[in-house]
Design a protein around this ligand. Structure first.
Ligand SMILES: C[S@@+](CC[C@H](N)C(=O)[O-])C[C@H]1O[C@@H](n2cnc3c(N)ncnc32)[C@H](O)[C@@H]1O
Length: 314
């Protein structure tokens, strides 16, 4: 087969071209389509590569041979889809900051776009604990139009010199875990944790009964009482956990009890924790309460101010 140089042609012609060559299974095609566009993938997939929906549908049902290299095509498409930048919502975040102290620990809060600010971080940061803008997040949040790209950009721009050991991603139980593709491969998956709410509440037909956390990286050192890496807080530990909606002005702030538990179990005492999407500062508050230092970034001036006030009041 002659080599195809993608750069020498229009990308759609290139994809159409390779579609018509080798073969792949219908299951692979469906998996790739859903991976890019979700459950209703056929129409946008067909449009992206200039075929009719009917043709794609036939391929998905095995009625027509499918080009093996659709996989390559889909990978290119995937890059294309993800490369669609999130809308830059400029909030005038210019990097002003404040440092607060509590006993031996400190918290440094920065009003900035973390994508722009993160490459300039230096010193030691040991863990990231964050609740990123998640797929389907409220439209009012910056970055909500392409949360995958936002998280990918932030994590890829982390300077290697920081020597980060753990990444903890906190999502609501209906948060789409496919956002975790943004985690760099050098952080191995460690475990999943279930963070139950004391009082579940329905949202449409879904029972929102807790949050979840995905932990990557190396486990913190074992110590007395810390030999196991638990998968959920003991019920006695957070009897009142609920999304702290109402207790802050942030539309989706997290339970302080849950975040404290994660910091306690999955980061080292005395370490520095980074939250590039700190919102109303729940991670910062939890870090100080658990004897960690904290660096937090927030792009929205209202949430930034809220975080500063919350951490000042302790
Ligand atoms: C899901 S919320 C975090 C809520 C937080 N866990 C709390 O308890 O309040 C994500 C936050 O990321 C912020 N954000 C979005 N894009 C950002 C960016 N490029 N840089 C910094 N913060 C950003 C949003 O404004 C939002 O407040």
């Amino acid at each position: 087969m002659s080599r195809i140089k993608p750069e020498s042609r229009n990308i759609l012609n290139f994809i159409r071209d390779i579609l018509s060559r080798l073969e792949m299974t219908p299951q692979e095609l469906v998996a790739i389509g859903e991976r890019i566009y979700g459950q209703r993938w056929k129409t946008p997939f067909a449009q992206s590569i200039g075929l009719s929906r009917e043709t794609i549908s036939r391929m998905a049902h095995g009625h027509r041979p499918i080009a093996r290299q659709v996989e390559t095509a889909a990978r290119l498409l995937d890059q294309n889809v993800n490369a669609a930048k999130y809308k830059e919502r400029r909030f005038g975040a210019k990097g002003e900051s404040v440092t607060l102290r509590k006993g031996e620990n400190w918290a440094h809060l920065i009003h900035c776009n973390s994508v722009e600010y993160i490459p300039s971080l230096d010193g030691s940061i040991h863990a990231i604990v964050t609740d990123p803008v998640w797929p389907k997040a409220l439209d009012c949040l910056a970055g909500s139009d392409n949360p995958y790209q936002l998280l990918t950009d932030v994590l890829r721009k982390l300077p290697e010199s920081l020597d980060i050991k753990q990444i903890v991603i906190h999502l609501r139980c209906d948060g789409d875990p496919r956002i975790l593709c943004a985690i760099p491969h050098c952080f191995p998956f460690l475990r999943f944790a279930w963070l139950p709410y004391a009082v579940p509440s329905p949202q449409g037909r879904l029972l929102i009964s807790g949050d979840v956390a995905y932990i990557f990286g190396t486990p913190p050192k074992a110590a007395n009482g810390k030999r196991l890496l638990p998968g959920h807080p003991h019920p006695d530990y957070c009897p009142h956990a609920k999304p702290s909606k109402g207790s802050t002005n942030h539309p989706c702030s997290r339970s302080l009890e849950h975040v404290e538990w994660m910091i306690e179990k999955f980061t080292e005492p005395g370490s520095t924790v980074l939250d590039p999407f700190m919102g109303s500062g729940t991670t910062g508050l939890a870090a100080l309460r658990r004897g960690r230092n904290f660096i937090g970034m927030e792009i929205d001036p209202n949430f930034y101010r809220e975080a500063v006030n919350r951490l000042r009041e302790g």
